[in-house]
Design a protein around this ligand. Structure first.
Ligand code: ADP
Length: 488
């Protein structure tokens, strides 16, 4: 009998996406399914999910839930990879405009505690003796981030589940903290509101609940697994994490070859590969045309696709941007987030027509075109649990400039005389977190780009020929599932 895994996530590509969590929740279950795991994802029934899933059928009605009368469970299929998805359908909770966490103006939904509390609760019920789905009961419930952090707590404290639970930490900065009253709203026992339990500085923390009650903890890179046990990166949970330090497993994310492959990417006007790099030049030209940048094959084009938040460190880029543009670089930025950053980057573009293009918003095709058409990808994140964009940069022959942190340090090899000679160099790493360090790393890249075209091509090839697929990481998750079941 194959291993049954319920993979709980608040976003799953291509059904719904705001960031890397969706990419992981889209590809990892598919890679595990290819390894013979009987896996189903569970996610909220946002409108885009109900629209895109195929073969949707009614599974069950769940009533007696806290905070809401009932939800309907549907079973559908993700057409792209044939992974089965259990959808928690509730018009009250999930069927509205805007995004999964906030309205169209970026204002967080007031009832997110209930929305993701119910998602967590339903996942726990499906692994319990009270599940309405008797013919498919998971051996493992694999939770992701705070939105499904309460699941391990429900499994242990309320629903008497015999399945094992895992929490994967994709970003410690988001924790889902709510006032004490939320405990009663979500039918969680007040007796568990302890430091050794659900309580976090007087509040209920969904993420802490996951970390405290899960049978296993993973993070999305080995580097981040170490960093989150320190004050600088643990966002207050470093003590708890350090107490389970030897149990935290760091598994680097892979990328989805069906989605992120320059040889087949249908968003690109021209496909290319590491042995046929000429196509990349055509993509660059088309991108310059599309973004109204000066058509110039020799101008180094710097690409940025990112949430515009403090984490991503793009405020470090602003003070050096004019300098780089004046020195002949071009910029193509796509992103959205903090108002101040959006305004500052828009201003930069307004003052540098033909040299800097700034697109505020979310745009999947343009993100691929920037990744492929740029010469260099800029990613100076202050912290980065794994980071996917630098991996896409490797695959697309767009060497990344990154900060030495988390998954960036784990996945990029700095170009030095030695790593260039032994053909392991794949990008450029900043010496410290500062604008000067970002400028230095970018200038090192520009010097190579301009003066050593052969070395540059080798650098591109080093990145492009890496195996970045999910296969290896999926095997590590499978090992973890098996070892958890053996420990029963
Ligand atoms: P995070 O999850 O912290 O935002 P990652 O690098 O792990 O960062 O993943 C970001 C994902 O979201 C990538 O797939 C990236 O291409 C995508 N992305 C981020 N911002 C945008 C945007 N404005 N438009 C399209 N895709 C975006």
């Amino acid at each position: 009998m194959s291993l049954k895994v319920l993979f709980a996530s608040s976003e799953v590509f291509p059904l719904i996406k705001t960031g890397g969590l969706a990419d992981v929740s889209g590809s990892l279950p598919s890679a595990l399914q290819n390894l013979g795991v009987d896996i189903r994802v569970i996610l909220p029934g946002y409108p885009s999910v109900l629209e895109q899933l195929t073969d949707i059928q009614h599974l069950a009605i769940l009533d007696n839930l806290p905070a809401v009368n009932e939800v309907e469970l549907l079973l559908g299929t993700i057409a792209e990879n044939q992974v089965k998805a259990i959808v928690v359908k509730s018009a009250l909770l999930y069927e509205r405009g805007g995004g999964p966490y906030a309205d169209a103006n970026g204002q967080e939904w007031q009832d997110n505690g209930v929305r993701f509390g119910i998602l967590s609760k339903v996942a726990a019920i499906l692994s319990s003796p009270n599940t309405p789905i008797k013919d498919w009961q998971p051996d493992i419930v694999h939770c992701n981030d705070w939105q499904t952090g309460l699941t391990p707590a429900y499994m242990k404290l309320v629903d008497h589940s015999s399945a094992k639970s895992i929490i994967s930490l994709h970003n410690m900065a988001f924790q889902g903290c709510y006032p004490y009253e939320m405990l009663a709203t979500l039918d969680l026992p007040a007796s568990a509101f302890l430091m050794e339990g659900l309580e976090y500085y007087g509040q209920l923390s969904f993420l802490k609940a996951g970390i405290y009650y899960a049978d296993a903890i993973t993070t999305v890179s080995p580097g981040y697994a170490q960093e989150i046990q320190t004050e600088a990166f643990g966002f207050g949970l470093q003590g708890l994490l350090a107490s389970r330090g030897h149990e935290i497993i760091g598994i680097l994310n892979g990328i989805e070859p069906e989605e992120w492959n320059p040889e087949t990417d249908s968003y690109l006007p021209k496909n290319y590969s590491h042995s046929k790099l000429a196509g990349k030049k055509q993509v660059k030209k088309a991108l310059q045309q599309k973004l109204r940048l000066n058509i110039d094959a020799n101008a180094p084009l710097l690409g940025i696709v990112s949430r515009l938040t403090d984490q991503k460190g793009l405020d470090l880029f602003l003070p050096i941007a004019q300098n780089l543009l004046d020195a002949g670089c071009q910029l193509a930025l796509l992103g959205s987030g903090d108002n101040e950053l959006e305004i500052a980057f828009r201003d930069l573009a307004t003052h540098n027509l033909g040299k800097a293009s700034v697109t505020i918003g979310y745009n999947e095709p343009l993100s691929h075109q920037i990744m492929a058409g740029s010469d260099l990808f800029i990613m100076p994140s202050r912290f980065e649990p794994c980071g996917l964009n630098q991996l896409y940069g490797l695959a697309y022959g767009t060497p990344p400039v990154v900060n030495r942190t988390g998954g960036l340090a784990d996945s990029i090899v700095d170009a030095t005389a030695e790593t260039i000679a032994n053909k392991t160099a794949t990008g450029f790493i900043m010496e410290e977190v500062s604008s000067t360090a970002l400028l230095n790393a970018t200038q090192r890249a520009l010097t190579l780009y301009r003066t050593e075209p052969k070395v540059w091509r080798q650098l591109q090839k080093n990145g492009m020929s890496q195996n970045l697929s999910w296969d290896k990481s999926a095997l590590e998750y499978l090992d973890l599932y098996q070892s958890l079941l053996e420990s029963k």
